[in-house]
Ligand binder design. Structure first.
Ligand SMILES: [Zn+2]
Ligand SMILES: [Zn+2]
Length: 139
């Protein structure tokens, strides 16, 4: 818990029990939970917390770089407490998200590749496919 307090302070986020609880859930899970799943877990310790508070907390943590938002198109956002450089593997059927701990080269962009004036802030790599369980189901 002390580590989490330090982390929030280092990122200039004021420490509240709710923020600590949200961060603790993110640090303990590797399955890239949705805001709803994080809310359900935080609620066990903080029954009075609202979904809105959890959602806002996630947005603050995201803005300050403490959480990655894995945002598969047309899906609800999923959150990741692992902010180091890594790729994601998503099963297109069950939507499970796995971490892939492998460095990948950044796209070498040249002038003309992007709309004029566009500033790139991050590059992510997402691999899509079917996990073993889902392959069995579709056979
Ligand atoms: Zn699957
Ligand atoms: Zn991840």
């Amino acid at each position: 818990m002390e580590n989490l307090i330090k982390k929030l302070r280092e990122h200039k986020i004021s420490v509240t029990p709710q923020r600590l609880a949200v961060l603790a859930v993110l640090e303990s899970r590797r399955d890239h939970p949705s805001a709803e799943q994080i809310y359900q877990e935080v609620r066990r310790q903080h029954p009075a917390i609202s979904f809105n508070t959890v959602y806002k907390t996630l947005e603050i943590l995201h803005q300050r770089g403490l959480v990655i938002k894995v945002n598969p198109l047309h899906e609800v956002a999923r959150y990741d407490g692992q902010v180091h450089h890594h790729a994601h593997l998503i099963c297109r059927s069950c939507r499970r998200i796995y971490d892939v701990e492998k460095e990948f080269p950044a796209l070498a962009l040249e002038p003309g590749d992007l709309p004029p004036g566009f500033r790139v802030e991050s590059q992510t790599l997402t691999l899509w496919g079917l996990c073993r369980d889902c392959q069995k189901k579709s056979d």
